[in-house]
Design a protein around this ligand. Structure first.
Ligand code: SF4
Ligand code: SF4
Length: 317
């Protein structure tokens, strides 16, 4: 019999965790592993919701993990809008998605960042709780793991999951990558910096976001069809995913070779008119800078350059 105790319990007996990331970060995989540990090693039950639809890598996504003791009635499996624990894979999502909404009092927040817990508290307008910061990207790089491993490790740590149970599941899930993943797990726990903040009145609790979809039984179109006019992803703004400035474009130096087009992570970002490259659509560009790498040096220089290196600011969001 497990002696594990959930760190929080709402009135229905659940600890609510929200993971906020962008498509391709592996948040879903991390949360699934945690759920597996909870169910198979700690005799817990719960609900799980992953927001798919970030079919183009780089768009915001989130995963809700709601844990309860076995035997607690689990009546729905939708997302949480009242997280006790918030795990942020990309620091810039805090502001762009307003991630403080619905955070409970005395929340636990984990953020992949180089900033201090105090700076993150201010960015998040955190009412009260504990902030854990870690440079998960650096840890992943140094341990030859992936970003989701140090983030999953910190979430397991704040949930109080026994290290042996986590390592057991890592070993079972990725038998050929045990060493780097366990190294990432340990580095995350060792290198994170934490600070607790009392309810000192500096920031108010923010109302939860509305999670109900505009689509539902009470406003469904005839025959249950999806209204593509309002639910299409055509108008999705991928700028949320951009944590660096987009490339700077100099039309004068462009020879319209289209190399940028072939490597672009989202070809909608390269705007082409009448056989000529005319610029970058900031709603689609994720600032991966692949186009900068392949853009040839012409007599007038490179048409695409990294503004961070040139000291040019191209955009902000
Ligand atoms: S790779 Fe550079 S030169 Fe070629 S089309 Fe793109 S911007 Fe122009
Ligand atoms: S940086 Fe270049 S290759 Fe990357 S998404 Fe933007 S336009 Fe495409």
């Amino acid at each position: 019999m497990s002696t594990y105790q959930l760190p929080y319990q709402d009135r229905r007996g659940f600890t609510n965790c929200l993971l906020s990331a962008i498509g391709g970060d592996g948040a879903n995989m991390a949360a699934k592993l945690l759920f597996k540990i909870a169910a198979e090693e700690l005799n817990l039950d719960g609900a799980y919701d992953a927001k798919y639809g970030s079919e183009k890598k780089g768009t915001p996504t989130d995963v809700s993990l709601r844990l309860c003791n076995f035997g607690t009635p689990v009546r729905e499996s939708g997302p949480t809008n009242r997280p006790h624990i918030l795990c942020v894979f990309r620091e810039n999502l805090i502001r762009t998605l307003g991630l403080n909404r619905g955070l409970q009092e005395h929340a636990t927040v984990i953020v992949n960042t180089c900033k201090s817990p105090e700076e993150i508290r201010d960015a998040l307008h955190l009412h009260s709780g504990t902030v854990h910061v870690l440079d998960a990207g650096k840890i992943a790089l140094e341990t030859h793991s992936r970003l989701n491993m140090p983030m999953m490790a910190m979430l397991a740590h704040v949930l109080g999951f026994p290290e042996a149970a986590v390592i057991k599941k890592i070993t079972e899930t990725w038998p050929r990558a045990v060493e780097p993943n366990v190294a990432a797990y340990k580095a995350a726990v060792d290198q994170s910096v934490s600070k607790s903040f009392a309810a000192d009145g500096k920031y108010q609790l923010a109302e939860p976001a509305e999670v109900r979809s505009a689509i539902g039984y009470d406003n469904m179109l005839d025959g249950g069809a999806v209204d593509t006019l309002t639910q299409s992803t055509v108008g999705r703004n991928n700028a949320y995913a951009r944590s660096n400035p987009a490339p700077a474009f100099n039309r004068e130096a462009c020879i319209d070779c289209a190399k940028c087009m072939t490597v672009c992570a989202d070809p909608g970002a390269i705007v082409w008119e009448n056989g000529k490259m005319v610029g970058i659509d900031l709603a689609y560009c994720k600032a991966c800078l692949r186009c900068v790498a392949v853009c040839p040096e012409t007599k007038k220089g490179k048409a695409l350059t990294d503004p961070a290196k040139e000291g040019v600011v191209t955009c902000s969001f």
